[in-house]
Design a protein around this ligand. Structure first.
Ligand SMILES: C[S@@+](CC[C@H](N)C(=O)[O-])C[C@H]1O[C@@H](n2cnc3c(N)ncnc32)[C@H](O)[C@@H]1O
Length: 390
């Protein structure tokens, strides 16, 4: 670590950008604790007007993206480091450089071996076998997944792959739907809407189904942003409503999805799906606190819940097994599988229940098996049972 004048860092940055060696620069460590701006991420992009710097201003609840030409961009970075941030992490093809401004305004510079791969944008060849087409797809651009040229932005390529993977996994179920006339899907805890938009797009534009959809989300800012993007994208029948999974009034649900809704919110969602006799119920559960707290193992399996992380995993297995079994008891042919590779997120299990009409599941037998599992783990009730009055 050496003490320097910040000019050394900006000269280096200028050179790296000019040589097209910039992979990413991020400004972090906000000077003003109350500031809503958490970080700025800068990457280089090739757009119609030429080689530019793309700024993502990451606020607490939103991202704002802007492109600047090189000199203006570097000037803005200098200003941001003088007024808003203490830390600049520069990732280039040839090295990593970290500039730290100390509280006494002295600057330190640290250089190390490069750790990030050189930029790759998705070319049309790479995306051609994807189900969600990026070209002229307005919601992907507005969600920050594509740039102004409809190319997948490097830092969003994992998200783009995840969206496609999700549609790819659901496609076999969607093509077999029996409701094809006026299909309503509800996304419970829709968040930023990545998957809500993609599913609406796939059902309406790929499968040409007459679809309307509701995203339910209790964060007003997300609801507002998603509605604005839906209007820009011309998705007339997609609306987002502010409300809770438990109480929001919804018309008959044909497909219910709930991805990463926390803890028992997943149960609330499954309950609404069963109540509405939904044809498809899809959930990717999040945390599993209810069952973790409910464990009271007094038999030879007590060590299975002794160690924190393993107890957590056990809670996940028991929670989701019972969810899957309850779906089966209600006539849903249920599959549980890995949603996205484990290296991207540990929350990667997806439960899909497909209603089998005229099925006669052995409900009592299944409930008896659930009771046996609960007994082993000393669990009184699974929250989904409480909701269903089982
Ligand atoms: C982890 S995010 C997942 C967002 C989205 N489903 C996805 O997978 O990208 C969970 C979202 O659910 C919302 N949420 C959690 N519990 C909720 C509830 N009971 N009612 C409405 N929204 C809820 C949160 O505000 C958050 O936006």
């Amino acid at each position: 670590m050496i003490h320097i004048n910040t000019k050394t860092f900006f000269d280096k940055l200028q050179l790296i950008v000019e040589n097209k060696e910039l992979i990413k620069l991020q400004l972090t460590g906000k000077r003003e604790k109350s500031s809503d701006l958490k970080k700025i991420i800068v990457t280089a992009v090739e757009i119609k007007k030429g080689y530019c710097l793309n700024f993502v201003y990451r606020h607490n609840t939103k991202d704002i993206t802007k492109n600047f030409d090189i000199s203006e961009g570097i000037e803005l970075i200098e200003k941001a480091m003088a007024n808003e941030f203490y830390n600049a992490e520069l990732f280039a093809k040839t090295e990593n450089v970290n500039l730290i401004i100390l509280p006494n305004e002295k600057a330190q510079l640290k250089s190390s071996q490069p750790t990030l791969q050189a930029p790759t944008t998705f070319t049309h060849d790479k995306v051609k076998d994807r189900l969600i087409e990026p070209f002229e797809n307005i919601y992907l651009r507005e969600l920050g997944i594509t740039n102004a040229n409809w190319e997948i932005r490097r830092e969003m390529s994992d998200k783009y792959k995840q969206i496609n993977k999700y549609i790819e996994l659901l496609a076999p179920y969607l093509t077999e739907l029996t409701v094809t006339d006026s299909l309503h899907f509800a996304d419970m805890g829709s968040g930023k809407g990545y998957l809500t938009f993609a599913l609406y797009d796939y059902l309406s534009n790929n499968l040409k189904l007459n679809t309307h959809a509701t995203g339910v989300e209790f964060r007003e800012d997300l609801v507002w942003t998603c509605n604005s993007i839906a209007r820009q994208a011309g998705f007339e029948n997609l609306i987002f409503v502010k409300g809770t999974i438990e109480k929001t009034e919804l018309e008959k649900i044909d497909i219910l999805i709930a991805l990463h809704a926390c803890d028992t919110a997943t149960d609330d969602a499954i309950f609404r799906g069963i109540q509405s006799d939904a044809e498809l119920i899809v959930c990717a559960p999040c945390c599993h606190k209810q069952i973790r707290k409910a464990f009271n193992v007094t038999n030879e399996l007590s060590n299975v819940t002794k160690f924190g992380i393993l107890k957590e995993r056990q809670a996940e297995i028991i929670t989701d097994t019972i969810r899957a079994m309850i779906l089966e008891a209600h006539g849903y042919k249920t599959n549980v599988f890995e949603f996205i590779p484990l290296e991207h997120t540990p929350k990667n299990v997806m439960i899909v229940g497909k209603k089998v009409r005229n099925a006669s599941p052995d409900k009592q037998g299944i409930l008896k098996n659930i009771a046996a599992i609960k007994q082993v783990f000393g669990i009184e009730k699974h929250y989904l049972e409480t909701l269903l009055g089982i």
